[in-house]
Design a protein around this ligand. Structure first.
Ligand code: AMP
Ligand code: GLY
Length: 425
């Protein structure tokens, strides 16, 4: 069969890498992909958000299955358009993707269905927002309503910082995405990512994982899309997983169905686990990036077969097989990300890094220019490694990172440390 992957990031490279291994797949296409994806898939020179062109391509090429990586095309209706054209696609409709596309919707939805989340208010003007901040004090969290590539959330440690964030957002820092904002209580604890494949009221959990949102070590600096992840995440033990399923995942599926916004695709709950229990920070209607990279390294069964079964109404028989090993992914980013950064620098050392058979380098912002591999985005690569222990996986990943060079490369040195100390390794 012919499969199309939509997206350009490290997540899509990891998905494409896994899909390529499926015996069901004869031809793999990527729109638009990156330099790593083009080594294993045929490049389709269409932007992930050019939905009419993607539909036309899929019809013409008779694509049997399309898998969508990022949120933007989902929130712009790619699944609706493919379905209308009679094309098979794994990804939520626009009416469901709002669970990620609007934080105001997501917070109101959680409140309505009793899904645990931080106390909040929503605002559409500066004065009310600032009065609320002065009444509540700091630390406090300011969130742009709309999509902002993981950067529209400010954790303000002082009232001054919070007021500055509010002013910038209403001045249009994130365009329409920050015309409305959510201000919420700061929650203490440790984060985890809980991802499942879902359809209607049913789900199949993926392996657990933990991301590292802040740009610098020890969770310092601004939020990013994610600087590294590992799987499994020992913070999510069996008991906690049961609670996540009972109190968060299933009520979300039921609630969304009740709202006439039935889900079909990947569902990601970003969680804070701490003194106030397990709370949802956000929902994503897709897999995480970089969580997908270490998760896919541990998936031993056939992702394409699982997705086809789910779409065919046979979710009951879907039972993914996970490796018992640990997996770590370290993001190498362009220095300056998530703010301003330069690109176009040559990348070397990937072949050397992959000489360790446990290492795979997934590309994100990469391109080819004059036959050379160059940086082309904020997050450039995710270096993944598998190990018998989490510590071993971390060591292998960083050993590989040390072999890869590009100008101004930045990466965190503490990816997986929380898990390693929890495991006592
Ligand atoms: P979100 O996009 O809503 O998940 O927010 C991005 C990141 O900001 C999260 O992954 C957390 O690291 C942090 N964050 C968001 N909301 C809160 C909160 N209420 N308390 C503490 N940290 C938060
Ligand atoms: N890594 C977090 C996200 O994909 O939103």
């Amino acid at each position: 069969m012919k499969v199309l992957v939509v997206g350009n990031g490290g997540r899509e490279h990891a998905l494409a890498w896994k899909i390529k291994q499926s015996p069901l797949v004869d031809r793999l296409y990527a729109a638009k992909g990156n330099a790593g994806i083009w080594q294993i898939a045929e490049k389709v020179n269409i932007s992930p958000t050019d939905i009419p062109a993607l539909v036309e391509f899929a019809k013409k090429e008779k694509i049997d299955l399309t898998i969508v990586g990022p949120e933007q095309p989902l929130s712009e209706g790619i699944a609706d358009a493919f379905e209308e054209a009679g094309l098979k696609i794994f990804g939520h409709r626009k009416s469901s993707a709002i669970l990620e596309a609007s934080k105001v919707f997501a917070k109101n939805f959680m409140k309505k269905y009793g899904i645990p989340t931080a106390f909040y208010e929503t605002f559409d003007n500066e004065n009310d927002a600032i009065n609320f901040i002065r009444a509540k004090g700091a630390p406090i969290v300011i969130k742009a309503d709309g999509l902002a590539a993981g950067k529209g959330v400010i954790i303000a440690n002082t009232i001054e910082e919070a007021e500055k964030a509010v002013k910038e957002m209403f001045a249009g820092k994130f365009g329409n995405a920050s015309k409305r904002i959510v201000i919420e209580e700061f929650l203490e604890g440790e984060e985890a990512s809980y991802i499942a494949m879902v359809k209607g009221e049913q789900l199949v959990p993926m392996a657990t994982s933990q991301d590292h949102k802040r740009v610098f070590d020890n969770d310092q600096g601004p939020n990013t899309g994610g600087m590294g992840a590992y799987s499994p995440a020992p913070i999510v033990d069996k008991k906690i997983e049961q609670q996540i399923l009972e109190k968060i995942m299933y009520p979300t599926l039921k609630g969304m169905k009740k709202e006439g916004r039935e889900l079909c695709g990947f569902l990601y709950a970003g969680l804070m686990i701490g003194p106030k229990g397990i709370n949802v920070l956000e929902f994503n209607v897709r897999m995480g990036d970089p969580e997908t990279q270490p998760i896919m390294r541990r998936l031993e069964s056939d992702l394409v077969e699982h997705i086809l079964d789910i779409l065919d109404g046979k979710i009951d028989k879907v039972s993914p097989k996970w490796s018992g090993k640990y997996s770590v992914g370290v993001v190498m980013a362009s220095g300056g990300y998530p703010e301003k950064y330069e690109k176009g620098f040559e990348i070397t050392g990937i072949e050397e890094a992959e000489k360790d058979k446990d290492v795979i380098v997934f590309h994100a912002g990469t391109d080819i220019k004059d036959g050379r591999l160059i940086t082309a985005g904020g997050r450039v690569l995710t270096i993944t490694a598998i190990g018998e222990t989490l510590k071993e996986a971390k060591e292998k990943a960083y050993n590989a990172v040390g072999k890869i060079k590009f100008k101004n490369a930045h990466y965190r040195k503490d990816i997986a440390d929380k898990g390693i100390s929890r495991l006592g390794e």
